[in-house]
Design a protein around this ligand. Structure first.
Ligand code: C2E
Ligand code: MG
Ligand code: MG
Length: 640
């Protein structure tokens, strides 16, 4: 009789139980694959337990009824072979994760099913023919001629997995490749040991190793999983996207970006806010049978699913929109969440994964501005994206080669009746020499951090201009400042250095900042502005009267002047109410000891009205458009 050693099996059981404990997380959204892994762990544990029991009953055959011994061993053969098949199914699922082609999946399923049926028949018939095992007249366990059929099953399944890997290697990620290099050799090596040493029991060890390798690479998903919602994170979204593109798959991406979610956190607290996100993620994960949900960014979710046709893609988008027309219920809280939506179909896509990621972000920004809060990827969007990329490259090159120009727009002083101030405005030309509007490239430069260098270029140019032309009757030049410049720790030194090198006093520069810049971090800005104001620099609120205006900012920050936005004067000549607003604003700011500049004045009528209202400065096309340095010199030296 064979003398079996159970120590390896018991050790393997402990490893399996520990792995199961690591996987246990009640809150986590379980995907189909997670559930399969749970089943694998359960089957592995059962298989090891049964093996242990079988060893015991075989060794004590005299005390155990023959029938029971037969049943226990048959069940063990069935469970261990099914566990091997479940592992194979898991590996197929991994290999075909980024492949929508059903052909391969069906073949794998049919292959595994046939093997299971054959093996089950073998076990059932074994009671009569003893091909796998039998008990002799004394009741001693004996191996039958097909006792090693389980190993054959393992080898056939590994062969099928190898073929599937080879066929779909373009769409297979690095971690799956790693598992493919690790798992089959380990399984085969252990199987070889077991076959060579008949007393060794290594079936459980093979299972424990396989489970561990899978757990470390996939089930311990902290790396690819969003910790709050349990769905894939941005990193795994990127991987899914790259591999599907590499494999030439047709798929669609749906984006859902929550709008005004900060209000939910404020109203119900962060814990409830997190629960809302969790529920949305869970719903999204289940909304399409073949779809995978990801947390694309903070409050933006993405769903990747197979592309069938344009109609079904739109239907799904409609389904998502409809859900958001409805109420979300978390415990006893009922709340309507608003969101914007994006749809992109990837069918022979020429863009790369990184570009698609950027495009999706850009699409969602557009969707937020649209009335229907929905955007669909089309040629126009791609064109806009490519234009943005082109502009980004042009900006980068222009920063490097200092291709920018600083233009000046004269500002008329209503008291002295002279142009004694100006605003410095940046200009950029494309390679054909056409001017590009700062309204187009400044936001982009702010987005990718290039605004700081551009800002310093303007400072250098303005200081050089003022330094070399001290004969001009210019009291001050205004420079538009961005948030990034204020974030620079060496701002103060840089400004002092620039002024000193050009022999200028701080009062010759006015820093124009919009309230959008101020509101990034009020406390910090107040501190910075007070410091500069003490040194003699002057601050001016730019674009007052647009969406961001807040009187308390003007009151509590050391501003010396306010620039009223040109939108305030658009209908100002026709409507007496608009005039009243402007008049009251001028009076109010004067009472606060602030100077008032009217910006964007284009007509004589506007100019006369503002003069009569007592505005301090007027800037606008009526007097002069922004002009290059040489024209400005000529403008400033010619008599009025
Ligand atoms: P802003 O600071 O409010 O500058 C005034 C803008 O109004 C300028 O546009 C100017 O050309 C335009 N403008 C002046 N008078 C009139 C008028 O009578 N009618 C009309 N229709 N427009 C008038 P520009 O030069 O295109 O600049 C747009 C914006 O780009 C600026 O608005 C400013 O926010 C930003 N910008 C320009 N240069 C810089 C810079 O050096 N740094 C930063 N951070 N931003 C800048
Ligand atoms: Mg300005
Ligand atoms: Mg302005």
């Amino acid at each position: 009789m064979i003398n079996w050693s159970l120590s390896t099996e018991l050790l393997s059981l402990i490893i399996i139980i520990m792995t199961a404990l690591f996987c246990y997380d009640k809150k986590q959204i379980k995907t189909r694959r997670d559930r399969l892994f749970d089943l694998i762990l359960l089957m592995s544990a059962l298989s090891i337990l049964l093996n242990t029991v079988c060893v015991f009953t075989i060794e004590h055959y005299a005390d155990v009824p023959h029938g029971l011994n037969m049943v226990l061993n048959s069940v063990y053969f069935l469970i261990s072979s099914s566990t091997c098949t479940a592992f194979a199914a898991y590996l197929f699922d991994l290999l075909l994760e980024h492949v929508y082609d059903k052909h391969c999946r069906t073949k794998a399923l049919v292959g595994l099913s046939i093997l299971t049926v054959i093996f089950t028949l073998l076990v059932l018939l074994n009671c009569q023919n003893g091909l796998l095992f039998y008990f002799n007249e004394q009741g001693v366990y004996c191996r039958g001629p097909l006792n090693k059929a389980g190993y054959m099953l393992l080898i056939i399944e590994l062969g099928m997995i190898g073929m599937c890997y080879h066929r779909n290697r373009a769409s297979i990620g690095r971690s799956v490749r790693r598992v493919m290099y690790m798992l089959p050799p380990v399984a085969l090596l252990l199987a070889f040991f077991q076959l060579s040493f008949s007393g060794l029991l290594l079936n459980g060890t093979i299972m424990a190793f396989a489970a561990l390798i899978i757990f470390v690479n996939f089930q311990n998903l902290q790396v690819g999983q969003d910790s709050l919602t349990g769905i894939g994170n941005r990193k795994s979204f990127f991987e899914e996207l790259s591999l599907r593109l590499k494999g030439g798959q047709k798929f669609q991406i749906l984006l859902v970006s929550l709008c005004g979610f900060a209000a939910v956190n404020q109203q119900f607290g962060y814990r409830k806010g997190d629960e809302f996100l969790y529920h949305i993620a869970k719903w999204l994960e289940e909304v399409h049978p073949s779809g995978r949900a990801f947390r694309f960014s903070n409050v933006t979710f993405a769903l990747i699913c197979p592309y069938e046709d344009d109609d079904s893609a739109r239907k799904l988008l409609h389904q998502l929109k409809e859900r958001f027309d409805d109420i979300w219920q978390i415990g006893d809280i009922r709340y309507g969440l608003s969101a914007c939506f994006g749809l992109m179909t990837c069918n022979q896509q020429t863009l790369e994964a990184t570009q698609i990621m950027e495009m999706l972000t850009m699409m969602m920004e557009f969707a937020k501005q649209k009335e229907q809060k929905e955007i669909e990827y089309d040629k126009d969007i791609e064109l806009m994206f490519r234009k943005k990329k082109w502009l980004e490259e042009l900006l980068l090159d222009s920063v490097e080669k200092k291709r920018f120009e600083v233009w000046y727009q004269p500002i008329f002083n209503c008291k002295t009746q002279q142009f004694d101030a100006a605003e410095a405005l940046i200009r950029l030309r494309d390679y054909e020499g056409h001017l590009i509007s700062p309204a187009d490239f400044i936001p982009l430069a702010e987005e990718n951090g290039m605004i700081e260098e551009i800002g310093w270029f303007v400072w250098e140019e303005v200081c050089r201009f003022l330094g070399t032309h001290s004969e001009l009757p210019l009291q001050a030049v205004s420079i538009n400042m961005s948030m990034q410049q204020f974030m620079n720790q060496h701002l103060s030194e840089k400004i002092s250095d620039c002024l000193e090198r050009n022999h200028l006093s701080p009062s010759q520069i006015k820093m124009e900042i919009t309230e959008r810049v101020v509101s990034y971090d009020m406390k910090y800005m107040k501190q910075q502005m007070e410091h500069f104001a003490e040194e003699g620099l002057v601050f001016c609120v730019d674009d007052f009267g647009t969406g961001y205006s807040n009187l308390s900012n003007v009151m509590h920050l050391p501003f010396a002047c306010v620039k009223l936005d040109r939108s305030l004067f658009e209908k100002f000549t026709q409507h007496s109410k608009d005039r009243m607003v402007v008049r009251s604003m001028i009076e109010l700011f004067h009472s606060m000891n602030l100077q008032v500049v009217a910006e964007g004045i284009e007509t004589r009528q506007q100019q006369e009205l503002l003069h009569a209202m007592g505005v301090d400065y007027i800037q606008g096309f009526y007097y002069a458009k922004p002009m290059p340095e040489a024209d400005m010199l000529e403008f400033m030296t010619k008599p009025l």
